[in-house]
Design a protein around this ligand. Structure first.
Ligand SMILES: Cc1ncc(COP(=O)(O)O)c(C=O)c1O
Length: 587
């Protein structure tokens, strides 16, 4: 009898045994019937489960215990509850992340001690330092542009004057990316293309796709953007999608869709999502917004890819989806999507592929003959993808596409509110009103560049990336990590090399804007069309920066910031990030 309940309990709680769950109720019913018949015919010792539990707890002998049938039934029920309760308690103890508790303890201690005046003083000093840094590096520049404005001008300025002012600001600001000195940020930038995008935007700048009846051409453009992107990433006729404002929104929506789908179809009320630590922070944002438990898995220390073995170990009864990147933002590695997809099929859970960077690169690399591991809807088990048209799709900032392997999943993305006093309300994305101009210029970008245009751009981008990565291997003091599979060159110091953040700081002084990364300490260049032909300048500046960093004894810059934050628990670092936002948003 104990064994029967043990099997039932295991089948109910362990994901691996989920296929036994359908047998649980029939097994219980059969067992009760069997007991009732036995009690009725009175030919067994009628001990209830509660009797057994009491027996175990009290270590007494209840051998000849007998009771009427109803009591027997109630005893069984009570016993079952106790057994399940104890088992669940043990299970939850087993499931506690004891290592993760270190972080909780540190945060609790921090919350307790941060009220102390000495700690407050230290924090205040750090905040002021940060504010001064933002003031010096950013705010001064932004204030020098023109007079500060704090209220509406009583009389409108002449539009020519407004535009002249803006032209003066943007002209000098655009120089940095035009010189190919920004990592990512601007992905195309050619004047001819910009004119097409701006004209397309202008024609639809007042349009709002929320009013589909008023702007039917936008409806056509949006559905065609989705179809073109779906075809690009191996989508079949069943794939559905929608345009969004960017990669982050696409990711939030994909996670919402999975949350609602697994709640409505599988009864999962406390959803969990598994991703690698290299996944874009948009996943953290989505899980924070929707109160979804995020399980983060360490990357393979050699390849920086997600580890399917560790993913499988983390799958539980509440897992709704896994998340892979193709490629990831930090090191630019392509996760083993095929292996993750096998897990998704095996456990009937979702798999999102973050193809925000790779959507308009990997398909063309494949066509150009580069080795690209399977990463898209051609892999069975991939349930959603995000592809950013505003990155390598060369559209203006503010567009991305989220795709689903089937229509019911996309339906779970929508927000529908039938009871609003303002009328029947529904929107497909997070925004209410959306910009028709963004959809129009995105369609114009894809139509005007076409397959040939993207192939040519991707070929040059990949050649540039690999040239840079190959040359870095020859430079003493630094090395690349992550394998440079697509368009990201991630650089770290060798054991005897100078601090990588100091190298980054020296690059900043030479006019570069690279990305600083952590765990491991590194910097990266996301190669775009703007870097084609600029590789020699980059490599020369990098070599000079290594020489400068070797001699640099200062404690400021990114080297100082990352040095300080790596020694602090997440609490105060989060507060400093709040301070950063406050400083940037301040007048
Ligand atoms: C891999 C990846 N995913 C998601 C995002 C988020 O995209 P967005 O900044 O458009 O919201 C980025 C942005 O760089 C990214 O590189």
């Amino acid at each position: 009898m104990g064994l029967v309940f043990l099997i039932c309990w295991v089948s109910y709680n362990m994901h691996l045994m989920r296929y036994l769950r359908p047998f649980f109720i029939p097994l219980c019913v059969s067992y009760f019937l069997y007991r009732m018949v036995n009690v009725y015919t009175n030919d067994v010792k009628s001990m209830t489960i509660l009797d057994h539990v009491i027996l175990v707890l009290k270590m007494e002998n209840f051998d000849n215990f007998k009771c009427p049938m109803l009591l027997q039934f109630l005893g069984d029920l009570a016993g079952l509850l106790v057994v399940f309760g104890i088992c669940n308690l043990l299970l939850s103890l087993w499931k506690i992340k004891w290592l993760g508790m270190k972080g909780d303890v540190v945060s609790t201690v921090y919350n307790l001690i941060k009220v102390l005046p000495a700690v407050q003083n230290e924090l205040q000093k750090e905040r002021e330092k940060l504010r001064e840094g933002v003031e010096k590096d950013l705010k001064v520049k932004s204030r020098n542009i023109s007079e500060n404005v704090t209220a509406l001008p009583s009389k409108g300025m002449a539009s020519k004057k407004v535009l002249d002012l803006m032209l003066k600001c943007s002209g000098s600001e655009n120089k940095m990316w035009q010189d190919g000195k920004c990592s990512g940020a601007v992905y195309h930038g050619d004047d001819d293309h910009k004119v097409v995008l701006n004209q397309a935007f202008g024609m639809y700048s007042l349009a709002n796709p929320l009013h589909a009846d008023v702007f039917p051409s936008l409806v056509k453009f949006e559905s065609e953007i989705v179809s073109m992107v779906a075809t690009l990433v191996g989508g079949d006729i069943g794939v559905r999608g929608c345009t969004t404002s960017g990669g982050t929104e696409s990711i939030i929506l994909a996670i919402k869709a999975h949350r609602d789908y697994y709640r409505d179809n599988h009864g999962i009320k406390n959803p969990e999502l598994i991703c690698c630590v290299t996944a874009h922070a948009a996943v953290d944002k989505a899980c924070d917004l929707m109160d979804i438990k995020l399980i983060k898995i360490n990357a393979n220390p050699e390849t920086y890819q997600a580890d399917p073995y560790l993913f499988e170990k983390a799958i539980g009864p509440n897992t709704i989806m896994m998340y892979g990147s193709a490629p990831s933002f930090p090191q630019g590695t392509i996760d083993p999507i095929q292996d993750l997809a096998k897990l998704a099929v095996k456990y009937s859970i979702g798999l999102h592929v973050d193809c925000c960077l790779g959507g308009f690169v990997l398909p063309f690399m494949k066509k150009l003959g580069y080795e690209v591991p399977p990463f898209d809807f051609s892999v069975k088990g991939v349930s959603s993808m995000s592809v950013d048209t505003h990155k390598y799709g060369f559209a203006l900032k503010g567009t991305s596409v989220v795709l689903y392997s089937n229509a019911p999943l996309r339906q779970c993305q929508y927000f529908c509110y039938p009871d609003w006093t303002g009328g029947l309300y529904t929107t497909p994305t997070i925004a209410g009103s959306r910009s028709g101009g963004m959809i129009a210029q995105c369609w114009a970008s894809m139509m005007s560049i076409g397959e040939e245009g993207y192939m040519a751009a991707v070929e040059q981008i990949v050649v540039t990336t690999r040239k840079i990565a190959d040359e870095i291997q020859k430079i003493k003091g630094i090395k690349t990590i992550g394998g440079t599979q697509a368009m990201i060159v991630c650089i770290t110091s060798t054991d005897n090399g100078p601090n990588i953040y100091k190298i980054g700081d020296a690059m900043t002084k030479k006019g570069w804007s690279l990305n600083s990364l952590q765990n491991p300490a590194s910097i990266h260049l996301c190669v775009t069309k703007c870097h084609i032909g600029k590789e020699k300048t980059f490599l020369k500046d990098l070599k000079d920066s290594i020489a400068l960093a070797s001699k640099d004894q200062s404690t400021g810059g990114n080297a100082g910031i990352y040095g300080m934050t790596s020694a602090l628990p997440p609490g105060p670092v989060g507060e400093l990030l709040q301070e950063y936002n406050d400083s940037v948003l301040a007048q």
